[in-house]
Design a binder for this molecule. Structure first.
Ligand code: KG4
Ligand code: ZN
Length: 334
């Protein structure tokens, strides 16, 4: 059984490699962010991202091995994100992982990026009890997942329009705050009044799906009508509306499915207000909450290696004919 896994993540604008043992033993995790290369364009430029992955990936892999104190011949499997994500970026990681697996004569495992996010929490809290409800909120995805068992997921809800992180990024761009929008809104909201403006909470108490595009439009309309509105107040009120809906749905889902725990994942899980409200709500409901550290919430390769370990155990190695699948969905229980 292959236990020492090299993970590779290149689905968007982070070039990352990590070494993990037995799904939860973190030996190293190296992340080279490309944010500086994309910031001036106000978002990720796919062509720049794939070129940067080509440049950065092998040095990042080498660093992950050195930091783990693991020699090439001690790697027992190579896992890489094969989707969802940007096709050119994914191909860099998948091609490199297949080449390394071939040279080292070890299994290659293709990993679903969303499944990898679900596994991030286990790296820091190996004893999490299943079933769990996981709220996965990133720049590309907003999912509420019922994790019944390892590899057994039911999707309870998703966004019908913008992802939560996308809403943060678009509102920040409109307010002239730069990219990425989440961290800057988080920061300036601390100086604003979250009750200054009552923005809409779409479908807050109905079902498990999300919608954020109406909220984004409401922010734009408000600022047009009230150009004097203080930006920190707008940011804080917007953030309050997003977090209110996310937490309300996640806690209701956990109650409805009888989950033992409630977990956060994805880049937006780095948000300070979301983190504190999530924990408060879980405590109030008597359910165990787990909020991974910020570096484990954002894209990294440790979670890819962890999910790869489980996939290798359940499905065996992936074919070397595996390519990149930009629209890959979370594998759902039948
Ligand atoms: O998971 P991630 O690193 O990349 C993918 O989209 O897969 O998530 C990036 C997203 C961006 O939209 C960014 O604005 C958002 O996460 N984000 C935040 C915060 N930090 C990152 N959103 C709100 N508050 C934050 N502190
Ligand atoms: Zn992600």
């Amino acid at each position: 059984m292959a236990d020492r896994i090299l993970g590779i993540e290149t689905s968007c604008d982070e070039t990352a490699a990590a070494v993990v043992e037995h799904a939860t033993g973190l030996r190293s995790s190296v992340v080279a962010s490309q944010i500086d290369r994309h910031a001036r364009y106000g978002g990720v430029v796919p062509e720049i991202a794939s070129r940067a992955h080509v440049e950065l990936l092998m040095p990042v892999v080498a660093q992950a091995l050195v930091e783990a104190g693991v020699a090439d011949h001690e790697v027992e499997a190579v896992a890489a994100t094969s989707g969802p994500g940007l096709v050119g970026s994914l191909l860099v990681g998948v091609s490199a992982a297949k080449a390394l697996a071939l040279v080292w004569d070890v299994p290659f495992v293709a990993v679903n990026h969303l499944e990898a996010h679900l596994y991030a929490a286990f790296l820091e809290e190996p004893d999490l009890d299943l079933p769990l409800v996981v709220l996965l909120v990133s720049g590309g995805h907003t999912l509420l997942v019922h994790m019944e068992d390892h590899g057994r997921y039911r999707q309870l809800g998703s966004t019908v329009d913008d992802a939560a992180g996308e809403a943060f990024d678009k509102v920040a761009r409109y307010l002239g705050l730069g990219y990425p929008g989440g961290p800057v809104i988080d920061r300036i909201a601390a100086d604003g009044d979250p009750e200054a403006i009552r923005f809409p909470r779409a479908m807050r108490d109905q079902g498990y799906d999300f919608s954020f595009s109406g909220l984004k439009t409401a922010v734009v309309n408000h600022v047009r009508r009230h150009p004097e509105a203080a930006t920190p107040d707008v940011a804080a009120s917007f953030q309050e509306a997003v977090v209110d809906v996310l937490v309300a749905k996640a806690r209701r889902a956990a109650r409805d499915v009888g989950a033992k725990g409630l977990c956060l994942g994805g880049g937006v899980a780095a948000n300070s207000l979301l983190r504190s409200r999530f924990i408060e709500a879980s405590e109030a409901d008597g359910i165990r909450a787990f909020v991974p550290s910020r570096s484990m919430c954002t894209d990294n390769a440790a979670m890819v290696a962890a999910a790869g370990w489980w996939r290798l155990r359940s499905d065996g190695p992936s074919s070397l004919a595996t390519g990149a699948t930009p629209n890959l969905r979370l594998p759902l229980a039948g």
